[in-house]
Design a protein around this ligand. Sequence first.
Ligand SMILES: Cc1cc2nc3c(=O)[nH]c(=O)nc-3n(C[C@H](O)[C@H](O)[C@H](O)COP(=O)(O)OP(=O)(O)OC[C@H]3O[C@@H](n4cnc5c(N)ncnc54)[C@H](O)[C@@H]3O)c2cc1C
Length: 436
Amino acid sequence: MSDGLVKPIAHASGSESSTTRMATRSVVIVGGGIIGTMSAYYLNRAGWRVTVLDKGTIGGGCSHGNCGYVCPSHVLPLAVPGALTSTLKTLFAKNSPLKVRPGFAVRNLGWFLNFARRCNRRSMLRTATGIQALLDSSRRLYDELLEAEKLEVEWDTYGLLFAFQTEKAFEHYAETDRLLSDSFAMPARRFDAQAMQKLEPALKPGSVAGGYLYTGDAQLKPDLLMVALRKLLAGRGVTFVEHAEMNEFATEGGKAVAVKSNAGDHRADAFLVATGAWTPQLTSHLGGKCPIIPGKGYSITMKRPKVCPTYPMIFEEHRVAVSPFATGFRIGSTMEFAGYDATLNRSRLQLLRDGASHYLNDTDAPAFEEWWGWRPMTFDGLPIIGRSARHENVLTAAGHGMLGLSMATGTGKLVKELLGGETTHIPAEPYSAGRF
Ligand SMILES: Cc1cc2nc3c(=O)[nH]c(=O)nc-3n(C[C@H](O)[C@H](O)[C@H](O)COP(=O)(O)OP(=O)(O)OC[C@H]3O[C@@H](n4cnc5c(N)ncnc54)[C@H](O)[C@@H]3O)c2cc1C
């Protein structure tokens, strides 16, 4: 399980002739989202000298306004049997939460065909094993991180409640629940309509046919996590450089020696590229394939409703997720495959409010924040965490799709292990950049 990139450097100093100590190794991380920043945390703790560069602001990308779920329940990839038919149906539905711009689909046909090829049980189960390893390790590591560092991130562990409007959808989900329970040891608690109302009185009477509660899931406020991590790491000597866009690597003898950015060159022993949905734009500097496309999602944050839900909830039929934070209330989701389109489409935000209004009151309060982000989507649903094909001392960690927050701690630890040449705490092969 070991794939060491930079070997620990041991040397004897004159005055310490009999003592061998480790020289400080340095790493530059490109991309200050949750993946880059969490990797910085584990590398800093392991004694690396760490610099994080971002072309915008730290935590200003997809890691800012997401729903905040840390959800080991999300074991299954998007590519499951039947996903193609249901996707095609929603594409033609008015106001569908899933949108694919035809021109974009044509330009990225390979990605969509590869996704389609994986919509079978065998692929789903194989992929899910890799997803689960990273989700489970991350969930445990979040407990350790928050206990050790006392970060103020509005962490709560009520679990995640999947709510179904119709009897048909509720009954249909029973099959998924059995699969999660039998094959992935991920049992949920099942509630009928009456029990749901008792469990979550914020639900409009009669709005749901039933639901499933995943008690191992948790929630935090993602922007607070980014701020807290940055503050913690800056206090421990990590350097953050904003508005520094990586253009290429400077190389010597086939090895990367510096990141060349519009804010100057940054030299180091090793490099981590954690640039989320933008990673394909750096493929020519990384080598190999990088099948990541942006999957745009939206969120809207407002004041807490008068009767605010206790549980984070996903309204399955409307594909809307709600996050009740201590300091606000967020409605998020939708998936748009439209390339690097950076416009804020208000009709998508209205779709979120309308979806949530079937189940909850007060979903029309003025917004504190309207937001969109590009999820870094791979077609197989697994992130890419591994050595670059071009430079032996460059690692990529990107492509975490809909689960980057949930997988961040496990990814950070894995990155630290891979860069340090250690035995990894989970098998690293499923995430290898060479699998495509
Ligand atoms: C609506 C929505 C809801 C979501 N909800 C959840 C959830 O509840 N739970 C969950 O686990 N996940 C969720 N996600 C997914 C999650 O937000 C992402 O998987 C995660 O944020 C990806 O993190 P990242 O660090 O890879 O990317 P980002 O946060 O996008 O960071 C990448 C950074 O790289 C920088 N960059 C790019 N190119 C360069 C360059 N050349 N030079 C320098 N810097 C560069 C960018 O500026 C950016 O800051 C959600 C996503 C959306 C859109």
